[in-house]
Every structure is written in C-alpha cells, then in structure tokens.
Design a protein around this ligand. Structure first.
Ligand SMILES: CC(=O)N[C@H](C=O)[C@@H](O)[C@H](O)[C@H](O)COP(=O)(O)O
Length: 221
C-alpha cells in the first residue's frame, strides 16, 4: 500500500452517526468518486463502511474505528477490540492513536502494533506532536501521520496543516510521514508535498459537504 500512495492523495471518507451522510452506501460512493478523481487510497471508519468500500472500489484502505471509552481520551482505534474488528475487513493498513496518553483498560500500544503486524497488515501512527512521531517510529509503526496535531490539549493549535512538524519529522524519521488533518485547499496539499510529505490524507474538504458549505458561507460578508 505504501508504494501505491507515495506522492499521491488518500481521501478520508467518514461520516459518524451524528453526521448527515452517515451511511455505508454513501461512503462507498465517496470512495468510487475519490478514485475517479485520482485518489490512490481511502481512509475509512468502521467495519461496515470498510466492507462496502472494498466491495465497490479497489483502492487500498486505511481502516480505523472511532470509539469512546470512559477511562481514556483516546478514540481512534483505542484497544485490541477495535484492531480485531478491523482485521476482519481486509484493510491494508490500520491507523491508531499513537499519542502519549493512557489507553482504555491500560492497554499497551506495543501489543496492538504486534497484533496488526502478526496479521500482515501495516500500522499507521496518528500523532499530535513531533515527539510522538519520533516515538512511533521507535515503536515499529510503518508510517507516521500528523492526524492529531491540534487535537490533543498539549499540541500546538494551528489553522491548517502543521508544516513545521512535517518538515522536522522528515529530517528525524526514516519511515514515511503522511500529512493528515486540516488540509482544506489544494494549495495546502501542494505545500505539504513541497515540504516532503510522503503522502497526504484529505477528509472533510472532499467528503463532508456540511463542512464545505460552511466554508463557502463564511465568505459571505
Ligand atoms: C482529529 C480526527 O478525529 N480526525 C479524523 C481521523 O480519522 C477524521 O475526522 C478527519 O476527517 C481526518 O483525519 C482527515 O482530516 P480532515 O478532515 O481535516 O482533512
């Protein structure tokens, strides 16, 4: 999968229960549209969505499950349970929160990475700081992403992608750095590749019409 997404765009097609497009059928169509538009991979949430996407589209998939637990702030593929569910979908890569926070039930990130690798699936680290990116490589992740930059209370809040982290991570880490999060305009995508990102994931700006509409409306004086 990494060869396929190198230098290319991955489209994240996600609509949670509270969102207007919440539907596996629609996420499948989103994936088909993304492929038609030139995407090289899909990031998707939940077993049903991934199965539908795989049924209608032959692009490789980064799978996640978002689930909330009372004893942790981690919600992207937090525990072994979500990893096991994702392993039933044939997704090529599993992304999980690799932030420096306590996981539910005191589970260890090392055990989740081992479980993913034992099943010949790639593991992607969703990070929020440069330190977490460095640690993720040491833990054995196959690639590192900036998905959670600005989404943990201790990470730098930036409007748009955090180019500085991508640039620094590239100098310090050997595994591929994937830019993800807050890429809202094509110029921002161009710039993350310019600073050296291996690949990039764009979500809401392509697959969340409520977000796109809001962006247009915000330009009305
Ligand atoms: C922080 C978090 O939960 N991010 C999620 C991770 O899977 C998704 O909701 C985002 O849409 C995805 O990361 C792509 O980012 P953007 O939609 O900004 O292009």
């Amino acid at each position: 999968m990494l060869d396929k997404i190198k230098g290319n765009l991955v489209v994240s097609a996600q609509a949670l229960e509270a969102e207007p497009l919440h539907s596996s059928f629609i996420m499948g169509r989103m994936a088909v549209a993304a492929k038609q538009g030139g995407a090289a991979g899909i990031r998707a949430q939940g077993v049903e969505d991934i199965i539908e996407i795989k049924r209608v589209c032959d692009l490789p998939v980064i799978g996640i499950i978002k689930r909330n637990y009372k004893d942790s702030d981690i919600y992207i593929t937090p525990t072994k349970k979500e990893v096991e569910e994702l392993l039933t979908t044939n997704c090529e890569m599993i992304a999980l929160d690799a932030t420096d926070r306590i996981r539910p039930n005191g589970e260890r990130i090392e055990d989740l990475i081992s479980l993913i690798h034992e099943n010949n699936v790639l593991a992607m680290a969703d990070c929020s700081t440069l330190e977490e990116c460095i640690k993720a490589e040491q833990l054995g992740f196959d690639c590192v992403s900036t998905t959670l930059c600005g989404y943990t209370p201790y990470s730098e809040q930036v409007d748009g992608p955090n180019y500085a982290i991508i640039e620094q991570a590239i100098k310090l880490i050997k595994v591929p750095i994937i830019a993800e999060g807050k890429i809202h305009y094509p110029e921002q995508l161009e710039r993350v590749f310019k600073v050296g990102a291996f690949s990039a994931v764009v979500g809401g700006a392509i697959t969340r019409p409520q977000e796109i509409t809001e962006r247009f409306v915000s330009f009305i004086k």
